[in-house]
Write a protein that binds this ligand. Structure first.
Ligand code: SAM
Length: 252
């Protein structure tokens, strides 16, 4: 998927707040072997590395565009590698992932598969957006069903793989996890107007659609722009953004 680091960074302050909430859940110990799945442009992986004394941190991402930026932050104890978060090798003291696992399907299998990659006493710490019922996401799915977009997308329409907090809790319990913490938090972002909401989703939720739309890309954006202006008029606008946090320890 062609990620655009510039578009993604337009709301860097708002996007980094949940990272720091996730970081608060991490059990800080020295000398950890850590992976950051879907590390993106690496600034936050650097913050993670700085928070963990004498630990080695590896950021993994499937986007070469994002990794190119991330590699500028590499150091003796901070590495970046091209890879798929669903095919993690090695075992880890901390598997960390901020705003990335929502891009991989089947969390019923993914979360246990990641949990198996923890050392004894190792920790899984994950944050995923759970905003898929917000009007901005509903309008994307609705517009993708309209022509000419439906044909251009060959019927593609993305359903979020993100589960409920109860389901994540159950999955972690079935893994034999200890010290389970699962919660959902709403971030009440106040943005300038509907256009700002559009710019936000252009950095994330719209990405898999825009890459498939070729010459219909600008029209697709324009239709969603008009619908968003009607749905969230005025200035400023509230963009309540829900996110799910998971933390659990491998007690085995
Ligand atoms: C929304 S960004 C989050 C980046 C960073 N963790 C942060 O908090 O700013 C999601 C990242 O996940 C990466 N990603 C998506 N699917 C992936 C996969 N299957 N394996 C590895 N990385 C993936 C994308 O390339 C992108 O850089």
């Amino acid at each position: 998927m062609p990620w655009n680091p510039v578009q993604y960074h337009k709301f860097q302050t708002e996007r980094s707040a949940p990272f720091f909430d996730l970081l608060k859940l991490v059990h800080v110990r020295p000398n950890l072997h850590v992976v950051d799945l879907g590390c993106g442009t690496g600034e936050l992986t650097l913050q993670l590395s700085n928070a963990l004394p004498n630990s080695t941190v590896t950021g993994i991402d499937s986007s070469l565009e994002m990794l190119k930026k991330a590699k500028q932050h590499a150091g003796p104890k901070l590495h970046f590698k091209h890879g798929n978060q669903t095919k993690l090798s090695s075992i880890w003291d901390l598997i960390f992932s901020n705003a990335a696992l929502q891009w991989s399907e089947n969390h019923q299998e993914l979360i246990p598969a990641l949990f198996k990659k923890l050392k004894p006493e190792g920790q899984l710490a994950v944050q995923v957006p759970s905003n898929h019922l917000h009007i901005s996401h509903q309008l994307i799915r609705e517009t993708a069903k309209e022509e000419p977009f439906y044909s251009a997308l060959k019927g593609f329409n993305r359903q979020s793989p993100v589960l409920s907090i109860e389901e994540y809790t159950e999955i972690l319990y079935q893994c034999g996890a200890q010290q389970i913490v699962v919660f959902e938090k709403v971030y009440p972002h106040v943005l300038e107007d509907a256009e700002a909401v559009l710019q936000w989703i252009m950095g994330t939720a719209l990405v898999p659609y825009l890459e498939k739309l070729d010459e219909h890309k600008e029209d697709f954006i324009e239709v969603i722009r008009k619908k968003l202006e009607a749905a969230i008029p005025g200035s400023p606008v509230l963009y309540p953004f829900k996110r799910i946090f998971l933390s659990a320890v491998n007690g085995k």
